[in-house]
Design a protein around this ligand. Structure first.
Ligand SMILES: C[S@@+](CC[C@H](N)C(=O)[O-])C[C@H]1O[C@@H](n2cnc3c(N)ncnc32)[C@H](O)[C@@H]1O
Length: 281
């Protein structure tokens, strides 16, 4: 059996009882470490916190292992129970659907244990799930690669009066060119996009496209470290949020569409006038 288990968003305490029971019964435990991040990170310290709690060794699975060597995980699951842990919910990132499909096609039983995902945590600012449009991803721009397909999607959402959840890029562990040339894979440290960078890129694209999908004065909500003790939620214009230091990752951003009066009341609790305490729960 292959168990795909969501860990929630905060720390080691957010696993469900159902998930914990499954992990404890599995012979091998993998953790996926490239689509999200627990508040304590997945450094060796973070990993040993989890290992201690589960009473199991955990194998850190990078993108290459999950996407190119999924058959190893699947063939192990043919022999014994395997747990594959995902921060957030297993289906909060498209990539894990592929693992489920491949396992099922190989005749392996798959059991999914759900947990909180960024997709439901954003509701805490009072914007209602059914008033959200299509979610977009904002990738890191480079000198030569500045993809902007998110622009039309945001424009469409805003024309319909809908809110847009923007997921911000995570660049994890690319081997440096130099290390590859020397024949030894050495990885770059991960990069996590901040709200400030996301807004800078969004405004750059608006300036280039000029269709007034949004602008400096558009109301947004910035979220940092949702689910952790020091989570931060602030509502304000793009320009205002760009100037705020939201601290360590992960961050995401919502571009607010047309609001219902109840949404306005809730958003009021997070607007910038009361910034003495951003870490509203
Ligand atoms: C692929 S998505 C979500 C994956 C995760 N499995 C889930 O269900 O939440 C990853 C993106 O969601 C956002 N995100 C995830 N967790 C977050 C958190 N705790 N606080 C703020 N943003 C978060 C970030 O923008 C991050 O790059």
């Amino acid at each position: 059996m292959l168990y795909i288990i969501g860990l929630g968003l905060g720390d080691e305490k957010d696993i469900t009882l159902r998930g914990l029971e499954a992990v404890k019964n599995c012979e091998k435990v993998y953790i996926e470490a490239y689509t999200s991040l627990l508040s304590f990170g997945l450094s060796s310290n973070g990993l040993s916190t989890l290992e201690e709690l589960y009473g199991k060794m955990i194998t850190l699975a990078d993108r290459e292992m999950v996407e190119e060597r999924a058959d190893v995980i699947i063939s192990e699951a043919r022999e014994f129970d395997v747990a594959f842990l995902v921060v957030g919910d297993p289906f909060g990132a498209t990539t894990h659907t592929d693992l489920v499909v491949r396992a099922k096609q190989s005749g392996i039983n798959v059991k999914v244990v759900h947990n909180a995902s960024v997709m439901n945590a954003i509701g805490l600012c009072g914007l209602q799930l059914y008033r959200y449009g299509e979610t977009v991803s904002i990738p890191f721009f480079t000198e030569t690669w500045r993809p902007d397909s998110f622009y039309e999607k945001i424009q469409r959402n805003r024309t319909l009066g809908l809110h847009t959840l923007c997921l911000l890029d995570i660049r994890v562990k690319e081997p440096t060119l130099e290390s590859l040339c020397r024949g030894r894979k050495q990885y770059e440290p991960p990069r996590y996009m901040t709200i400030s960078t996301a807004i800078e890129q969004l405004l750059e694209v608006e300036q280039a496209r000029g269709a007034f999908a949004y602008g400096e004065d558009t109301t947004c909500v910035g979220f940092a470290r949702l689910g952790s003790e020091d989570q931060m939620v602030v509502a304000g214009s793009m320009k205002q949020l760009q100037a705020i230091d939201f601290g360590p990752p992960l961050h995401c951003l919502v571009i607010v569409g047309k609001t219902h009066p109840v949404e306005d009341e809730m958003l009021g609790f997070y607007t910038l006038k009361e910034t003495s305490d951003h870490a509203l729960q």
